[in-house]
Design a protein around this ligand. Structure first.
Ligand SMILES: Cc1ncc(COP(=O)(O)O)c(C=O)c1O
Length: 395
């Protein structure tokens, strides 16, 4: 018998994986992945940087470095966070293996078995995957177009013991694309103080805003240092670099760094040197600005095509940024079954059924759809086919 630890019971394959393996099949039109559009990666610039880093006199790019991350990269990240209203120095920043590692380390630092993690409803599946081995209980708080309903959150905090973390993706949330309003951000910070809980703020899509005004981060509004703020280079440079960051108080940051040392010693020096060279030698803001019209167009096309071809009774969010829209179908339509029995065999289209995005009390009549990276003609053809199958299914 293999005697796994108890936490391994909560380590299960994700329902999404089987669909994602289909996403590379050229006959399939995938709205499932949510990967950034690879045609937008700065491949040539990175090629030059890697070539120069790997010259013989530069073997330091292949050497160990500090667990907290390469000092120059920490300083460059701190400068960008400062410019975004979060004054900090290199010492305040921990470089992580993507934003995902920030989720894992923060849960390890704060969550004992049976502690409660509060999430948005729905929430980022990858966060649940990161938190689960710490064996939390979950409470989930409904959202509307202003993000997490903080009045409902207060009720949860008032009536629930052992809440340790409130997890939120305030900007263009995965999976809904929704953004938390300024008033809700302020209320959340007030509640964190009143009920003495940590906020885990996860912002990988923050810089992909296609319209409207940028809002202050929750960390920016927090005078009491109750926020662990996570960010990532995945959507603004390339996810394969596996580079993200955590900004937290010195006490929290030090503990996160020790947990990181235990997990993987450090991020790859070569990738950190490359990102530092990119940020130091290229205009990353211009690079980000160049991506926005591409994604804005893809979003607009997806929403307009759904409006034209989907039958009545279906609604979706209008994301001001990020990569996703969240589609709600009439109750009773189970999107996992519809996808398996109808959508894939008859239209060759995949979406992500909504169920796994709920930390508790899952709902089956939603789907996450990503507009990123699908060529226009395939997007229109795929959505038109989906609309006609939905019309049949819904009578
Ligand atoms: C909300 C959210 N957080 C974190 C991540 C992790 O991304 P990465 O580890 O590539 O930075 C993702 C990726 O999809 C995400 O959507």
């Amino acid at each position: 018998m293999t005697a796994f630890a108890r936490r391994a019971e909560r380590v299960q394959p994700s329902a999404i994986r089987e669909f994602l393996s289909l996403a590379t099949d050229p006959r399939i039109t995938s709205f499932a992945g949510g990967y950034p559009d690879p045609t937008l990666f700065p491949v040539e610039e990175l090629h030059e940087i890697y070539a120069s880093l790997l010259t013989a006199d530069n073997a330091s790019a292949l050497q160990y470095t500090a667990s907290e991350g390469l000092p120059e990269l920490r300083a460059l990240v701190a400068a960008r966070l400062t410019a975004d209203g979060m004054p900090c120095t290199a010492d305040d920043v921990l470089i992580t293996q993507g934003g995902q590692q920030g989720l894992d380390l923060t849960a390890k630092l704060f969550v004992d078995a049976g502690d409660v993690v509060v999430t948005e409803r729905p929430t980022f599946l990858g966060a649940l995957i990161a938190f689960n081995p710490c064996e939390p209980s979950y409470r989930s708080v409904p959202m509307d177009d202003e993000g997490m309903d903080t009045v409902a959150l207060e009720e949860v905090l008032r009536t629930t013991d052992r809440v340790k973390l409130v997890y939120t993706v305030p900007d263009f949330q995965n999976p809904t694309g929704r953004t938390m309003s300024l008033a809700r951000r302020r209320h959340l910070v007030e509640l964190a103080e009143r009920y003495d809980v940590m906020i885990l703020e996860d912002t990988p899509y923050r810089e992909l805003r296609y319209e409207g005004e940028r809002l202050p981060t929750i960390r920016n509004l927090d005078p009491n240092n109750l926020v662990v703020h996570l960010g990532s280079f995945s959507k603004i440079l390339a996810p394969g670099l596996r580079l993200g960051w955590a900004l937290a108080t010195p006490e929290v940051r030090e503990k996160l760094a020790l947990l990181k040392l235990a997990a993987d010693t450090q991020n790859g020096t070569l990738n950190m040197r490359a990102a530092a060279a990119y940020l130091g030698g290229h205009d990353v803001e211009a690079h980000i600005a160049s991506m926005l019209p591409v994604y804005r167009h893809q979003r607009d096309l997806m929403l307009a095509t759904m409006a034209e071809h989907f039958p009545p009774g279906i609604s979706w969010t209008r994301a001001e940024g990020g990569l996703f829209t969240w589609v709600t179908f009439p109750e009773g339509l189970d999107l996992a079954a519809f996808q398996r029995d109808v959508l894939i065999p008859r239209a060759g289209v995949i979406i992500v059924p909504g169920t796994p995005f709920f930390a508790e009390r899952p709902e089956a009549h939603h789907a996450r759809m990503s507009f990123s990276g699908v060529p226009d003609d395939r997007m229109v053809a795929g959505l038109r086919a989906m609309g006609s199958l939905l019309a049949d299914a819904l009578g």
